[in-house]
Design a protein around this ligand. Structure first.
Ligand code: ZN
Length: 63
């Protein structure tokens, strides 16, 4: 798995950081709501096409 820093990823995983400081990975095409494991904030929610992100992306995990 290679790492890339690109602002507009297509179908892959993003590493995001929650405002509580937790870091976790979310799929860019999430079909269900992804919540922070620590504080429960919604980090990503399904939208048409790509998941809507409510967290800061710190890395892109290309496949
Ligand atoms: Zn959190």
């Amino acid at each position: 798995m290679k790492k890339k820093y690109i602002p507009e990823p297509r179908s892959n995983f993003l590493k995001v950081t929650c405002e509580c400081g937790n870091v976790q990975e979310v799929f860019t095409h999430a079909t269900t709501i992804v919540e922070c494991r620590v504080c429960g904030k919604v980090l990503a929610e399904p939208r048409s096409g790509r998941a809507g992100l409510n967290a800061e992306v710190i890395d892109v995990l290309d496949q």
